[in-house]
Design a protein around this ligand. Structure first.
Ligand code: HEC
Length: 125
């Protein structure tokens, strides 16, 4: 019995080591994928929540001439969209006249702002 244990237990050990290595490798792969995503959208980013926190104050009322967001405001966005989506997103990132850079969302990445602009435009149909 003892001798069998001596043979089997190193085998179990090496199986454990191999599976631990495989697990570690796949975990690493997952992590690196996640960090690529983090460089784009902020972790847990939600366009509606961020819009309500950072953009709603001006864009719901049209304060200072901000294009209004919400149903029935398509004509506020139509002429702006003629510049192309990329130019409109760039203006959101850099600011435009009284529109402050990043719409005052200083924790927002460029990808977050792009998602916010898409959210604003698509909810203004
Ligand atoms: C302090 C008020 C204010 C806040 C806060 C604000 N905006 Fe604006 N925004 C404006 C005004 C004013 C304009 C119109 C600027 C102009 O055309 O002269 C504007 C215009 C824009 C435009 C149109 C740009 C274009 O090319 O025509 C986008 C897109 C935009 N805002 C996105 C955002 C986003 C996204 C946020 C939140 C992260 C935000 N804004 C927060 C005031 C604001």
């Amino acid at each position: 019995m003892l001798s069998i244990k001596k043979i089997v237990s190193p085998m179990i050990k090496s199986v454990l080591i191999i599976s631990a290595t495989l697990l570690a490798t796949s975990t690493f792969a997952d992590n690196s994928q996640q960090s690529v995503q983090l460089a784009q959208l902020t972790d847990g980013f939600n366009a509606e929540t961020t819009y309500m926190m950072s953009c709603f104050a001006c864009h719901s009322t049209g304060a200072a001439g901000a294009p209004k967001v919400g149903p029935g405001n398509a004509e506020a966005w139509g002429p702006r969209m003629e510049k192309g989506m990329d130019a409109v997103i760039a203006n959101a990132i850099n600011g435009l006249n009284t529109m402050p850079p990043k719409g005052l969302c200083f924790t927002c990445t460029d990808a977050d702002l792009a998602a916010l602009v898409e959210y604003m435009v698509s909810s203004s149909n």
